[in-house]
Design a protein around this ligand. Structure first.
Ligand SMILES: Cc1ncc(C[n+]2csc(CCOP(=O)(O)OP(=O)(O)O)c2C)c(N)n1
Ligand SMILES: [Mg+2]
Length: 404
């Protein structure tokens, strides 16, 4: 425990003496601030980062449009926060664990999750790793060390501490990065996670995306303190606030955070200041709670444009390449979407086959009752659904033909 000096007057402190600066390297015009030094980012890696940011933006635009056309039930965009998410991921080892909230698809794009894999989850078809049991955007990939998304806010934060504790015990030189919004940081789980991580000295990076809103609640109405960063002091944890729209600053801060986490077994808190440029989700309409003027001011700080200008200045990118990239990504999104839409859903039996080692009699009874119901009311179920008999392939579908 820290010993402190005695005082003999009741003197209260409110933390006002702490003012947390924001780490910035890149100006919006693509040039560096005076005295700023760009991190070591070689040509291929810089372009891989840029490619992932643009791919995330294009995927988000097309999938929101698909939701509006009624092809998809739900979607969430990362728009405006691509630098924070992709920049952080690029600074990690590819085998480090990532536990995300739900707006971090850029991390998956960077690690190589294919558009086909995105689409299979979004449409809940037979190739979806989650077997169609979750809403769209609940991605996960064992291969890419990306824990499956779960909707209840904050649950992934203490899980990250636990996972990182396991990594420390294994001594494998890996760490865990957990992403969450400034809104989720108001959950009790956030505090439990930070305290446990600091006490047990585990290699975890707490990456807070402060994007200004928790659905319709602006961050100024969420906490009285100066954002989320000062909370680290309460747990005696390293902390940095970074401009989340500055790809170089995010990359550099996360690289250093990883070094502290892995070499010293110390947790680190990063607060990335950004803005959620799109609606909270496809079910939200921000015009009811914020002005176009505010959105426009942030559009001027677009992280993709900022990086693009830096790349063009270096001679690593040009307008023709930009146009070709945009076109090929759009085409790829549309092609993969069409493919995924056509695939049948997972077999009905998969609802119960891996809940327990063996299907329990009660689950079997429920499955049989469901099948009876589908046979009775085939028109109420999606056409093209697989046969109720797992041995019969789609096409020989019973429900789609109007029942047995
Ligand atoms: C425990 C819990 N409470 C409430 C919700 C509903 N909810 C979903 S997203 C959200 C806002 C989260 O805001 P933030 O953490 O800032 O993330 P952002 O959406 O801004 O990326 C809320 C309240 C939930 N999913 N889980
Ligand atoms: Mg938020």
């Amino acid at each position: 425990m820290t010993t402190t000096a005695d005082i003999h007057e009741p003197t209260f402190l409110a933390g006002d003496e702490f003012s947390i600066p924001t780490f910035r390297l890149l100006k919006q015009d693509g040039t560096l601030f005076d005295g700023a030094r760009a991190p070591d980012l070689e040509h291929d890696k810089a372009l891989a980062i840029y490619h992932a940011m643009v791919a995330t933006r294009v995927l988000d635009e097309r999938m929101l449009a698909a939701q509006r056309q009624g092809r998809l039930s739900f979607y969430m965009q990362c728009t405006g926060e691509e630098a924070a998410v992709v920049g952080a991921t690029a600074a990690l080892d590819d085998a480090d664990m990532i536990m995300a909230q739900y707006r971090e698809q850029g991390a998956l794009v960077y690690r190589g999750f294919t558009f086909d894999e995105f689409m299979n989850q979004l449409f809940g078809n037979e190739l979806d790793y989650g077997k169609g049991r979750q809403m769209p955007i609940h991605y996960g990939s064992r291969k890419l060390h990306y824990m499956t998304i779960s909707s209840p806010l904050g649950t992934q934060i203490p899980q990250a501490t636990g996972y990182a504790y396991g990594q420390k015990l294994a001594g494998d030189g890996k760490c865990t990065t957990v992403f969450f919004g400034e809104g989720a940081a108001s959950e009790g789980d956030f505090h439990a996670a930070l305290n446990m991580a600091a006490v047990h000295e585990v290699p975890v990076i707490f990456f807070c995306r402060n994007n200004g809103y928790a659905i319709s609640t602006p961050s100024i109405e969420q906490f009285a303190a100066d954002g989320v960063a000062p909370r680290a002091f309460g747990y005696r944890m390293h902390v940095i606030r970074v401009d989340g729209n500055d790809i170089l600053a995010v990359y550099s801060a996360t690289q250093e955070a990883r070094r502290i986490a892995v070499e010293n077994n110390k947790p680190v808190l990063i607060e990335a200041m950004s803005y959620r440029l799109a609606a909270h989700s496809s079910s939200d309409d921000p015009s009811g709670y914020r002005s176009k003027k505010e959105e426009e001011a942030w559009r001027e700080k677009d992280p993709i444009l900022r990086m693009q200008r830096w790349l063009i200045d270096l001679g690593w990118w040009n307008d023709d390449e930009e146009k070709a990239l945009q076109e090929s990504l759009r085409r790829e999104v549309l092609e993969t979407m069409k493919r995924a839409e056509k695939r049948p859903p997972p077999p009905l039996d998969s609802l119960v086959t891996d809940v327990y080692a063996d299907v329990t009699p009660e689950l079997q009874r429920q499955l049989d009752a469901l099948k009876t119901h589908i046979r009775q009311y085939p028109d109420a179920y999606p056409k093209g659904a697989r046969s109720l008999d797992p041995d019969v392939r789609a096409g020989d579908d019973v429900a789609a033909k109007g029942g047995e």
